[in-house]
Structures are given as structure tokens and as C-alpha cells.
Design a protein around this ligand. Structure first.
Ligand code: NCD
Length: 302
């Protein structure tokens, strides 16, 4: 198999550490006037997005350009996918145009793994169904490490729709490899008990107060309505039981940080007051996404 990045589960600790370290080298570049390096000069990165995305797609595109590569973004609307072409045919057609890497987001869990088995070109998973979103977990870890000396021994609460969240799954795999105490919390149908078996160090509670008490890091997640057939939880009721607001945030450690992968549903899983507070590192996550994706593209292409 050509080396790409399909999931966090398959990475070992040194591989994760070296990506996070390399991302740190790229962080200062964001503040510079001249932001372009020539490490991937002349290489072609194709972003193929079969699902909606703002942050991830733009961030991969910027990361590629900052490394000197050419970047092209394609969404499924406006391509032959809408004319009934199979995934393998679409991607084989693209791969005949000789990109050096394909970054792919797809609604089906395992879609990038399937392509990686059939194509002689590295594939980077930009989110596959409810399975994994490896670069999100890396940028989350980078953001935590910008605020804490190490991951070991931290208590991290992941709150919301864990069942449908690839962000949660990738974070659970990553944090667990570093001995983090991971508490999952949300409405029972969205946090089934068997998620405890995903990785060591995971516990579950249905009481947000218990999840928040003494926590270092709070990761809030959106309810992924597009991956469920159930009826919507009324926003007011959801927010009352599982929303992060100033009064329950006070239960966490005084220096706890608040994270969210976006897109946020303000007034539902997170109040505007908390989202815009000094405890929120949500925009740092977005900024770190570029440095982390530069590290990933460099590793995959060099
Ligand atoms: C997430 C995703 O698409 O998995 N967003 C992101 O990539 N930053 C989370 C979500 O859609 O809720």
C-alpha cells in the first residue's frame, strides 16, 4: 500500500509525535509576511470532497500552497459523480492525471481505505463517514500541547454526539496512546456503552456535570443530524442537558480550555458566551489545521 494517512488508529506514538513536532516548526510561518516555502515545489495535491466542508478543504488547500505545491479542490457537485460514475472510476480518472496525493472526504466509512487498496497513489483521509478524521485529531493535539506541557495525565471530556463523530473517534485513538483519561458524555442514544472498548482509558457518563468536573480539556461536538434518521433533539432541551454554558464550565479546572472542531451550532451544544470567551481555543484549532496539514503533506510526499 502506498503510504498515505488513513487513520490515527494505525499510527504509533513516535509517528504522531514527529508530525506534531513538525507542525510546530510550521506554526510561526502563519505570522510571517512571506508564507510560502518550496518544500513541495511542482507537486500536485488534489482535494476531492464528496461531503460539505469549509475548514478542512480550505486548510488542506492553503497547506499545500504554503509548501509550494499546486492544489486543486474538487467537490462532488459539478463532477461526473453526479452522473452516476462509481467512486473507483472517478478517482482512477483523476489519478490518470497524475496528482502526487489525493486528499479525500467521503460519507462512507472506509472509502479512503478502499481507494488506497486500488490506487498506486497516497490517499489522505479528510474524514470518512463516522469512522476517522485523522488530521482533526492531530490539530487538536497540537492545540492542546500549545496550552499544556504534555498530554500524559490530562483529563479530556468529549461531549455531544460521539456515536456519529469521526472527530471523536480519531481523538479517542490519539489521546489514548498518550495515557489521557478520556470521558465521553452525551445523550445515551448518542453515546453507546461499547464506545468504551474503542481504546484504553475511556469512560462514559450521561451527566455533563460529572464530565466537566475537574476536567483540563473540553471538546464539544455538533449533533450530526446528517448521519441519523432520528428526529432532531429540540435545541433548547439539548442545550439544557448537554450544552456548555458559563455556569457548568465553572465545574472544570480554572484553566480548562474549550475546543470545538466546527461547525458550531451556537445556543445548542455551546453558548455564544463560552464560544467567544478567553477559554475558547476554537480559532487556534483552525489556525493549527494549516501547520498540521503541512506536516502531513510533507510526510506523505517526501
Ligand atoms: C467535522 C467533520 O466534518 O467531521 N468538522 C471538521 O472537519 N472540522 C465535524 C462536524 O462536521 O461536526
Amino acid at each position: 500500500m502506498t503510504k498515505g494517512l488513513l487513520d490515527i488508529e494505525a499510527l504509533d506514538r513516535p509517528e504522531i509525535e514527529s508530525l506534531l513536532q513538525r507542525a510546530r516548526d510550521f506554526q510561526p510561518l502563519q505570522q510571517m509576511r512571506e508564507k510560502r516555502l518550496d518544500l513541495l515545489d511542482g507537486r500536485l495535491v488534489v482535494n476531492l470532497f464528496f461531503e460539505a466542508s469549509t475548514r478542512t478543504r480550505i486548510s488542506f488547500e492553503i497547506a499545500a500552497k504554503r509548501l509550494g505545491a499546486d492544489a486543486l479542490s474538487i467537490s462532488s457537485q459539478g463532477t461526473s459523480v453526479s452522473k452516476g460514475e462509481t467512486l473507483l472510476d472517478t478517482v482512477s480518472t483523476l489519478s490518470a492525471m497524475r496528482p502526487d496525493v489525493i486528499v479525500m472526504r467521503h460519507a462512507a466509512s472506509g472509502a479512503p481505505h478502499f481507494l488506497a487498496r486500488h490506487l498506486p497513489i497516497p490517499i489522505i483521509n479528510a474524514g470518512d463517514g463516522q469512522h476517522e478524521h485523522p488530521t482533526q485529531a492531530l490539530l487538536d493535539a497540537r492545540t492542546i500541547l500549545d496550552n499544556r506541557p504534555s498530554l500524559e495525565g490530562l483529563r479530556v471530556a468529549i461531549i455531544g454526539d460521539i456515536l456519529h463523530s469521526r472527530v471523536a473517534r480519531s481523538n479517542i485513538h490519539l489521546l489514548s496512546k498518550f495515557g489521557v483519561d478520556i470521558v465521553l458524555c452525551g445523550p445515551a442514544p448518542l453515546v453507546p456503552q461499547d464506545l468504551k472498548d474503542l481504546a484504553p482509558g475511556v469512560s462514559i457518563t450521561y451527566d455533563i456535570k460529572e464530565a466537566l468536573r475537574n476536567t483540563d480539556i473540553i471538546m464539544m461536538l455538533r449533533v450530526q443530524l446528517e448521519r441519523q434518521n432520528e428526529t432532531n433533539f429540540p435545541a433548547g432541551e439539548y442545550s439544557r442537558f448537554y450544552g456548555l454554558r458559563a455556569e457548568n464550565l465553572a465545574l472544570a479546572k480554572p484553566d480548562a480550555i474549550v475546543m470545538h472542531p466546527g461547525p458550531m451550532n451556537r445556543g445548542r451544544e455551546i453558548s455564544t458566551e463560552v464560544a467567544d470567551s478567553s477559554r475558547s481555543v476554537i480559532l487556534s484549532q483552525v489556525e493549527n489545521g494549516i501547520a498540521v496539514r503541512m506536516a502531513v503533506l510533507e510526510r506523505v510526499l517526501q
